[in-house]
Design a protein around this ligand. Structure first.
Ligand code: FAD
Length: 396
């Protein structure tokens, strides 16, 4: 029976607390907001629903989405129908649901700001309202913005994305994803029960806030959305590179990082909710078994190889070209032509097709040009910079 302190009651902290309390530990979760409307799309893929069926099986408001419209930078469009839906929550509702589960499992939940942590002694210490307290183990689940990083390094500009968006009181039934020319990121519109979360994400190293704002306003104008009664938001999102995932320390002798604090986000899609919940669950199990050091291996086996794969191809996806046209535009063009490709991409978006086994699925099922296209994007062995071919065409 240990006393465990969790700083942050978002999806990663609440999930970790639930696991630990169920296995008989004394758990305190501290969050400065508790359930709040954290800037987010709020979309959970089918793999999250499969792993955590309570995400569908509960009375709280949520929206099930079966279709996605992709818009290329040249305005060509393609629509994907997903066999398995994406579920979209308001973050106030999702965080509330997860904190309620943690509380029902036995966690003690406090609305407090943790000012500092110190893990240099035998027992970790944390400071609240000028008072230092101790625990047996400290979990940092305080998100991407937090500065409480004992014995590890902060994320750098090229490991982060900036985001901006609006909660717009309007209804829709499809997700929209819009790609932009020479831009490492995308614009999204995620329909929730009673509003849309419309936003843009882009690499912090390559883009600035003004650029993002201009692209977002143009999209909002073209989609005829009104921001009159809308609420603006802005936040940072981890966008890990391979070394971020393979080398950054996420567990020490009496502390560990989960979710965004550990940079467990898909750098290609920005999906972080599933990885936050899964990492919280895995850390909870590792601590409960008395082996927190197992956490790194378990995360690796569960998902971090997949995130590393995404980190290897992300630049080629957003900046590469195939037969002289941007990869994202080619993708939309191919989607308009091929039913099989549409199905494969729908499975990627809904989270049932991973990147690492994609090549196997594609070979033999798609025509030569489409297979070449997918292989060129997935080819992690070749560099993501332009290479002229003997026939003069530049392929990335
Ligand atoms: C604009 C945007 C859109 C996104 N859209 C999606 C999406 O559609 N789908 C998806 O899967 N992912 C999405 N993500 C990523 C997703 O939001 C995160 O991956 C996820 O919230 C991570 O959960 P977490 O629990 O690790 O951190 P958070 O959700 O950030 O929770 C951290 C908690 O810690 C608390 N906290 C921080 N510091 C302190 C402190 N010092 N003391 C006390 N409490 C503290 C905060 O109040 C917060 O509640 C998006 C991210 C952004 C920025």
């Amino acid at each position: 029976m240990a006393e465990i302190v969790i700083v942050g009651g978002g999806p990663s902290g609440a999930m970790c607390g639930e696991q630990l309390a169920r296995s008989g530990n004394t758990v305190h979760i501290f969050d400065e907001h508790l359930a709040w409307e954290k800037p987010c799309g709020g979309g959970l893929t089918h793999k999250a629903i499969q792993r955590f069926p309570f995400l569908l099986d509960n009375p709280y408001p949520k929206k099930l989405i079966h279709s996605i419209e992709l818009i290329a930078s040249n305005e060509q469009r393609a629509k994907l129908e997903m066999r398995n839906p994406i579920v979209i929550y308001s973050r106030m509702v999702l965080n509330g649901l997860l904190l309620e589960r943690a509380q029902n499992a036995g966690c003690q939940i406090h609305r407090s700001h943790v000012v500092a942590v110190d893990t240099s002694g035998e027992k970790p210490r944390y400071s609240i309202e000028g008072e230092w307290r101790t625990a047996d183990f400290l979990v940092l689940a305080a998100g991407a913005r937090n500065q409480l990083l004992p014995e590890t390094r902060p994320l750098q500009r090229d490991e982060l994305e900036i985001t901006q968006g609006y909660f717009i009181p309007q209804a829709a039934d499809s997700i929209i994803i819009k790609f932009l020319p020479h831009f490492d990121g995308y614009i999204w519109s995620f329909p929730r029960c009673d509003h849309l979360s419309v936003g843009i994400c882009g690499s912090m190293a390559s883009h600035n806030q003004t650029e993002l704002r201009t692209h977002l306003q143009t999209f909002i104008g073209k989609q005829r959305l009104s921001t009159e009664a809308a609420r603006f938001y802005s936040h940072v999102l981890p966008s890990p590179q391979v070394p971020t995932l393979s080398q950054r320390t996420v567990v020490g002798k009496n502390w560990a990082l989960v979710g965004d604090a550990a940079a467990f986000v898909d750098p290609l899609t920005g999906e972080g909710l599933f990885y936050a919940m899964r990492s919280g669950e895995l850390l909870g199990k590792a601590i409960a078994e008395g082996n927190p050091e197992m956490y790194t291996d378990w995360v690796r086996a569960a998902f971090s190889c997949e995130l590393e794969f995404a980190a290897r191809i992300v630049r080629r996806f957003y900046r590469g070209s195939f037969l002289g046209t941007a990869v994202t535009t080619r993708m939309v063009q191919f989607l308009r032509r091929s039913t099989i490709f549409r199905q494969i991409m729908a499975d990627i978006f809904s989270g049932t097709q991973d990147y690492t086994t994609l090549k196997q699925r594609v070979v033999g099922h798609l025509g030569m040009t489409l297979s070449d296209f997918v292989t060129s994007v997935l080819n992690v062995d070749s560099p993501a910079i332009a290479k002229p071919r003997p026939d003069g065409v530049t392929v990335r």
